[in-house]
Design a protein around this ligand. Structure first.
Ligand code: C2E
Ligand code: CA
Ligand code: CA
Length: 754
């Protein structure tokens, strides 16, 4: 077969002269091998760079450079080997075919680099590429051979030609595997292996060439004259090509090396910057944990102190106003106790978001723990603080759905202003707290500004606390007044409610509203309640000894006392010492006192009731009672709070409420006491609707025991009258109840206070 003047797979002709004495210049063969080695090493380097570069342009450039190195290496090896070929004939090269062979080498090299660039290479990819590259190398070789003009014809022996093609194919396959393998890795061993691989690949390329060359026989046709070689510049040309190729390979290798170093530096820098940003994040989350409340994401007390100090310094410099607001969620504890802490947490989150939404961006909003929040805001005048507080209170009233219930929360707010109410953080916070205390004392859901009288009140409260402690310890100054509770059926006084008073040396007779809260806040209330209990039992025993044997006494019990495990024993002792029967005692507990640990309270109350002591629920309707609670409690009596009676019979709504409470209590087998009966209409209404007992100024005010005795005697003398009575024993007009069916006496005067 003749192709480009080459005789492939053809037998030698019968005529013509065979050119013998062909040989290769060993030095140039070595040079060719060296050039191939350098090019292979450079190509491996380029393949490695190509796989490491993240920038697409750099990636393309490494691809090109790799292709150039490999093509240059293969082609230069071929050309230098050709120059090493020494035959006793004149040799020329066809320029266009030589350039074509170079282009083929380029195409082959580009194909090789492209194959290596695949993200995944499977066996069939390797085989396909190796066949294409191997054939390409063979093609390049024979095009290069066709460029050789000697006047002799080239005959190729089939066996060696096929062997050369096989070597080309195997070399390509090996080179692809090695290049793929050496794309990753580092270290001395990796480098040494890479050198070895380069030698191997170059060996394969050189072997391909020289096997093909050994298949060649030059035959000078019989009719052609033999042209002997003239001047020979092949050594210079080979050296020139070798030098240039080595230079290009060396330059490529150095570029790759520099890039590798640069990239590793870049990686280091990136790693450092990642570490730094991680460090920053860690610092930020530490800062977050230390200065922010995890539940609401608001600033916590610590963070608040820091920011508040800065804000205060700014305002001190400009002498501008600043408001500090303390917020306390009304009755939050009840939510926690009744719905559980998870629900409480959910609620706090919603509340925090409400507060945040009502404030401005630059206002400082903090959670101090529990249900205490604090807002700091800059302002021009006091009214701005009031408006902000009102906005918060308004927001707070938006219904919140929680645990399947819809609830409305309210908040109490105390405000202090810089610089009017204080110049230091401590002072401003203390004064805002005092103002908050005032708001809570005013029935909550209100806001108060600090003023100097609060300070005075606070110091009075502090002093009262001390004095109350002493009064309790020395049992001096405290006394009990009794208010009669009438049985509507018998028209007799059935019970006496024991109401504590304090004869204070400076402030005169103090009502419980002045000191119960203080006692509750300082744990004195248990002692106080137990003192009243003992005293009331002793007083009832005294009355019993003086002819009033059918009376009961009712004693108020605060929430704190209800959590006192010794309460049943104390009740037993008090009854025993006074010599009373248990039925003569009734304990009054408010609904709110039942909101704590309900199970524990129920158990304690059951122990008290098991002794035969009656229990009543006081101020019914003002707290958070639900029917479910009422059913669980071991109760005997329900006392309707006087606020429901105030507008009876005027208000139809209140009339209906009172009626409904009476019906409900009777359904639960509870007796009903109405508090705060102040006029005859109320009395008539209550009697008409089946109320069992009445208590109120119309019928009798709380009085000391001595006055009470005379009242009881007068009533007994009259045969059981609803007779108004007061602390100062005003005369009674018997006509007042004349037109009230079933009542034989009435009151003329109703006074507020006593
Ligand atoms: P409370 O248990 O609801 O007692 C009834 C209060 O209503 C008494 O006030 C009484 O004077 C007042 N009151 C009675 N009838 C009328 C009326 O017709 N109109 C008006 N406006 N008020 C009437 P007081 O004595 O000032 O007691 C206030 C509260 O202090 C009591 O409310 C009770 O919760 C508490 N308290 C009194 N003594 C004790 C005690 O020994 N221990 C405890 N823990 N609390 C007590
Ligand atoms: Ca009471
Ligand atoms: Ca009451």
């Amino acid at each position: 077969m003749e192709w480009l003047g080459l005789q492939l797979f053809a037998d030698l002709p019968a005529t013509g002269r065979i050119v013998i004495d062909c040989r290769h210049e060993p030095f140039l063969v070595l040079l060719a091998y060296l050039v191939a080695c350098a090019a292979c090493f450079a190509t491996l380097d380029m393949a490695e760079r190509q796989s490491h570069s993240e920038d697409p342009t750099a990636h393309r450039q490494w691809n090109m450079l790799g292709a150039c190195c490999l093509a240059g290496g293969i082609w230069a090896m071929h050309f230098i080997s050709m120059l090493a070929f020494q035959a006793p004939v004149e040799v020329h090269y066809d320029a266009s075919l030589t350039i074509l062979s170079l282009l083929i080498a380029l195409a082959v090299a580009w194909l090789a680099m492209h194959s290596l660039d695949r993200s995944q290479m499977r066996t069939h990819h390797y085989l396909q590429s190796a066949v294409l590259i191997g054939l390409g190398i063979i093609l390049m070789h024979f095009v290069g051979m066709a460029a050789l003009e000697t006047g002799a014809r080239q005959y190729y022996q089939t066996g060696l030609l096929l062997a050369s093609a096989t070597i080309a194919l195997l070399t390509s396959l090996t080179a692809l595997c090695l290049a793929r393998y050496f794309r990753h890795g580092s270290g001395t061993l990796h480098h040494a292996m890479k050198y070895g691989a380069s030698l191997l690949m170059a060996g394969g390329i050189v072997a391909t060439h020289f096997t093909a060359m050994s298949a060649l026989t030059l035959v000078i046709p019989a009719d052609t004259a033999l042209r002997l070689p003239s001047g020979d510049n092949s050594l210079q040309l080979a050296l020139g090509i070798g030098f240039i190729t080595l230079l290009i390979s060396a330059a490529s290798i150095s570029t790759a090396l520099a890039d590798k170093k640069l990239q590793s530096k870049e990686h280091d820098l990136r790693r450092v910057s990642v570490l730094l940003s991680q460090l920053d994040q860690a610092r930020a989350s530490l800062q977050q944990a230390a200065h922010y409340d995890a539940l609401t994401n608001l600033v916590n007390r610590r963070g608040f102190n820091q920011v508040f100090a800065e804000r205060l310094a700014e305002h001190q410099a400009t002498q501008s106003h600043l408001a500090v607001m303390f917020l306390d969620i009304d009755h939050f504890k009840r939510i926690n106790d009744s719905l559980g802490h998870d629900a409480g947490d959910e609620l706090l989150k919603v509340i925090a978001s409400h507060i945040k939404a009502a404030t401005r961006n630059h206002d400082l909003v903090a959670r101090f723990g529990g249900d205490e929040f604090c807002v700091v805001t800059s302002l021009n005048n006091r009214d701005e603080a009031r408006h902000l507080a009102q906005r918060i209170m308004q927001r707070m009233k938006e219904p919140i759905d929680l645990g399947g219930r819809r609830m409305v929360m309210t908040t109490s707010i105390g405000i202090s202003i810089f610089p009017d109410d204080g110049t230091t953080a401590e002072e401003l916070l203390k004064h805002a707290d005092l103002a908050l205390y005032q708001s809570k004392g005013n029935g909550r859901n209100s806001l108060n500004f600090f003023n100097d009288s609060l300070k005075t009140q606070a110091s009075i409260a502090l002093q009262l606390e001390e004095e109350l402690r002493v009064a309790l310890l020395e049992e001096h100054g405290l006394c009990v007044h009794y208010q009669p509770i009438f049985d509507l059926r018998s028209r007799q006084v059935a019970k006496l409610e024991a109401l504590v008073r304090w004869r204070h040396p400076q402030h005169g007779l103090l009502g419980p509203d002045r000191f119960i809260a203080i006692a509750e806040a300082n744990g004195l209330i248990i002692d106080l309640d137990l003192w009243v209990l003992r005293h009331a039992c002793a007083d009832l025993a005294y009355l019993q000894r003086h002819g009033h044997g059918n009376l009961k006494v009712t004693v108020n019990c605060s929430a704190v006392t209800l959590s006192h495990d010794e309460l049943p024993n104390e009740v037993e002792k008090a009854l025993f010492h006074a010599g009373l029967a248990p039925w003569q005692l009734e304990l009054e507990v408010t609904e709110n006192a039942l909101m704590g640990d309900i199970q524990r309270t129920v158990n304690l109350l059951k122990r008290v009731r098991a002794q035969g002591v009656a229990l009543s629920i006081d101020d019914f309707g003002t707290g958070y009672s639900s029917l479910a609670y009422l059913k669980r409690l071991p109760l005997d009596v329900l006392k309707i709070d006087r606020s429901f009676l105030q507008d009876v019979p005027g208000s139809q709504k209140d009339r209906e409420i009172v009626q409904a409470i009476i019906v409900m209590a009777h359904t639960l087998h509870l007796q009903v006491v109405s508090e705060g009966v102040e006029n005859a209409e109320q009395l008539a209404f209550l009697e008409a609707h089946g109320c069992d007992y009445l208590q109120g100024y119309l019928l009798g005010r709380p009085e000391p025991l001595a006055e009470l005795r005379s009242l009881l005697e007068r009533l007994e003398h009259q045969g059981g009258l609803f007779s108004p009575c007061c602390d100062t024993a005003q005369p009674v007009s018997p006509d007042l109840f004349a037109d009230t069916p079933g009542l034989r006496a009435g009151a003329s005067t109703v006074r507020q206070g006593h």
